[in-house]
Design a protein around this ligand. Sequence first.
Ligand code: P6P
Length: 337
Amino acid sequence: MVTQFEEGITLDRFIFETTRDHPEATGRFATLLQQIALAARLISARVNRAGLAGMLGGTGEVNVQGEFVQKLDEYSNEVLKRALEHPGVCCMLASEEDEEPFIVPDRFATGPYAVCVDPLDGSSNIDVNATIGTIFGVFKRKSSTDVQGQVEDLLQPGTDLIGAGYVIYGSGTVFVLSTGNGVHGFTLDPTVGEFFLSHPNLRLAPRGTIFSVNEAYASQWPEGIRDYVRTLKEPDAGMSARYIGSLVADFHRNLIKGGIFLYPGTAAKPKGKLRLLFEGFPLAFLAEAAGGAATDGRGRLLERVPESIHERTPLIIGNRDDVADATRALSPEYVAS
Ligand code: P6P
């Protein structure tokens, strides 16, 4: 009987084989991705036992976003810091959970990469057992490796990302990754603690048949978005509405099945709710690597340069032609890249 190892390509083997030919491959990018995968396995194990391990509910604290911190948020955040600070591959980690970036201590500060992360996106769904996930992006640092990481290492245009991905904790745990050459999914086999390639070369067709948006805010949307969503609900539009309320889960479904996700700004919150660095950039990198697109309602999201690490952004992301239609509803001059 052929073992799964012989049949399956492990995440470690995939990372090694796809990074070894990288021009400046030193193995450190591979190590960084493997450390994120280690953190993912630890978070997955804890998420799957949350109800039993007393890990449900909040810590009683409020984070920089003004959101109640869930125990699993705090755990996930700590696991990622510990996994990334030791191997000398990461100089700093900006987290949605922390006001200031975590600067790796001196002894490991030479790491050539800076990481932005939403440790546990959708955490408001934890107590109802809905799908949640970890979202991350990787930049090459701009500051000298002779000094500690600087915030400038993170305030880079999204087009400077060298890799991005997410880990979704649902009926299974799936690690979705792109280093710019396609998007690939790996499913965790918890019996051996290994991720195996399960979704090679995920692609987004020009158009999809699902739209994801919280219509409770429709009265606050710009007119253009209201008109656009109305067209999606016409009898001959052939669309279905799906909204989980966990970005990573809505994005993953749309990536697999085809679909567009919208979180527009409103008059009260023109920049919307989602974070540019921790959610928008990584998912936009993946969407484009799969043949899709992502905008902020005006232009290509990855061309934005964050002014602060907690900057928010409207988000329209998914199949390229659907994203173009939705964006032109707000900005008629938009041209898909
Ligand atoms: P709303 C979860 O809190 C989150 O940040 C995203 O994961 C999700 O897409 C969004 O907020 C849901 O926001 O306003 O629809 O509840």
